[in-house]
Design a protein around this ligand. Structure first.
Ligand code: SF4
Ligand code: SF4
Length: 198
C-alpha cells in the first residue's frame, strides 16, 4: 500500500476521532512496514484511540485542570486541522501565523477552565495526547523489547492517561487469558471495541 505522510496524518486523525475503518487502515499499514518502531507506534495509536473513544475521563481532566492545554510549546496545526476550524466558523483570533505555520500558543485560547471549547474540532496534536505524541514517547519507541505491548510514558500529572493505561493493562491481560497470546495493536483495539459493547 502506498500512502504519503499527509494521508497518514489525515487517516490517523480520523482514527483518533473514532473512525474504526481509518484505524484499521493506519494500523495495518504500520504493521506492514515490519519495523519495530512502526509496531510501537501502532500500539500507541491503539492506546490513544481507546483513551479518546472508550474512556470517560471528564472527572480526571477536571481534577488535573487541563495542564496539557496550559503548558508546553505552541501546537502546530496541520492543513486539515486549519480547514476544519475554518469550516466550523471558529475564530482564528489567538492562533499565531509564523512562516506559514499556524500555531496555537499555550495557555491555549480555546481552553475554558479545564474544558476545550473546540472539542469536536480539536487539532490532531491534541487528539494524540499523551500516548500518540511521538516527542513524549520517543524513548519508548526506541527501547521497546517486543515480548509485551509497550509500556507508554505518561506524565505524572496526567491522571486521565494513567487511568487509561490501567484499563489497557486490564484489556491486555484479559485478552491473554482468552486467547493465550499477546494482542496485536489491532486485536487490542477490536477487543476494546467488543468489551465496550458487553
Ligand atoms: S489529558 Fe491528562 S494532562 Fe490533559 S487535562 Fe486530561 S488529565 Fe490533564
Ligand atoms: S485546542 Fe482544546 S485540547 Fe487543544 S490545547 Fe486548546 S483547549 Fe486544549
Amino acid at each position: 500500500m502506498s500512502i504519503d505522510a499527509n494521508q497518514i496524518h489525515f487517516l490517523t486523525k480520523k482514527a483518533l476521532k473514532g473512525d474504526l475503518e481509518s484505524a484499521k487502515t493506519i494500523i495495518n499499514f504500520l504493521m506492514s512496514l515490519d519495523m519495530r518502531e512502526a509496531i510501537v507506534v501502532a500500539y500507541l495509536i491503539a492506546y490513544q484511540i481507546i483513551m479518546n473513544i472508550y474512556m470517560n475521563l471528564g472527572e480526571e481532566c477536571k481534577k488535573c485542570g487541563g495542564i496539557c492545554c496550559k503548558f508546553g510549546s505552541p501546537i502546530e496545526l496541520t492543513e486539515f486541522d486549519l480547514s476544519e476550524i475554518i469550516a466550523e466558523g471558529i475564530s482564528l483570533s489567538g492562533i499565531m501565523n509564523e512562516s506559514n505555520k499556524y500555531l496555537i500558543p499555550r495557555p491555549c485560547p480555546f481552553q475554558d477552565g479545564w474544558r476545550c471549547r473546540i472539542h469536536e474540532n480539536k487539532p490532531y496534536a491534541c487528539l494524540s495526547y499523551p500516548f500518540a505524541v511521538e516527542d513524549i514517547q520517543k524513548d519508548v519507541i526506541v527501547s521497546w523489547n517486543s515480548s509485551e505491548p509497550p509500556k507508554p510514558f505518561i506524565p505524572q500529572f496526567c491522571v486521565a492517561g494513567q487511568k487509561t493505561w490501567d484499563y489497557i493493562k486490564f484489556l491486555i491481560e484479559s485478552f491473554k487469558k482468552e486467547h493465550g497470546k499477546v494482542p496485536t495493536p489491532l486485536e487490542l483495539l477490536e477487543f476494546a471495541n467488543s468489551s465496550s459493547k458487553s
